[in-house]
Design a protein around this ligand. Structure first.
Ligand code: MN
Length: 229
């Protein structure tokens, strides 16, 4: 007899480039404003004192290459192309070196957002859950292990919608570096394998509609494709 009164959801997971085994996803942390030009287009500034976060359920994970329905409850559904970091080591109250060493790998991702519901939250000073924790709203591609990728530098981060370039920046445009984000987050969480961080989006966010094709690319990583129907 099962221990549960219903069948539990499957463990969300991601493929790893060059490996047969997959990366089991536990938590998904998302950095708020992390590119100056995107903060400006949203009418605000990057917080220089510390990064800040929201979360998505791991069950919002969507594999690359999927066709998913336009979500309910929005008429302004936006893409946000992001560098995704996966952790491979347990860290708590980590310094920058420990934080860098905790990285398992990198992937391309899309933080899909009900922008209208996020704005409702901002206006009412309420949480962003309906805006950000969207079913199929954490689109993440295959993970390239850190050792194979090399150092984060001025790699291009680029998103096209229906062949038209919408976001185009370099990873050096990030205000808070990956080790800085991990170090800061590790003051609040016992981080470890299974923890995934979406590191914020460059400028150029915008709406997509049913029928649109998104392609998210970062130099050195496998591209993500995502289709709305
Ligand atoms: Mn985002």
């Amino acid at each position: 007899m099962s221990d549960y009164i219903f069948a539990p959801r499957a463990v969300p997971s991601l493929p790893i480039v060059g490996a047969d085994q997959r990366y089991a996803v536990g938590r998904i942390f998302c950095v708020g404003r992390n590119y100056v030009a995107h903060a400006a287009e949203m009418g605000s500034e990057v917080d220089r004192e510390a990064p800040w976060y929201f979360t998505k359920s791991c069950h919002a994970l969507c594999q690359s290459g999927q066709t998913v329905p336009y979500p309910p409850g929005t008429s302004n559904f936006h893409y946000e192309m992001e560098l995704v970091v996966t952790l491979g080591r347990s860290v708590f109250e980590a310094d920058l070196q420990q934080s860098a060493d905790a990285v398992h790998g990198y992937a391309c991702g899309l933080d899909m957002t009900r922008r209208d519901r996020q704005q409702d939250g901002k206006d009412a000073r309420r949480p962003w859950s309906l805006g950000k924790d969207v079913e199929n709203g954490a689109v993440i591609g295959a993970i390239t292990p850190q050792d194979d990728f090399g150092a984060l530098a001025d790699q291009r981060i680029c998103l096209t919608v229906n062949e038209s370039i919408k976001q185009d920046a370099t990873l050096t445009d990030m205000v808070w570096s990956v080790p800085e984000v991990i170090s800061h987050l590790s003051r609040y969480y016992h981080l470890g394998p299974g923890d995934v961080i979406m590191t914020g989006t460059p400028a150029g966010v915008g709406p997509v509609v049913a029928g649109d094709t998104m392609r998210a690319e970062i130099d050195g990583l496998q591209a993500v494709t995502h289709y709305l129907t």
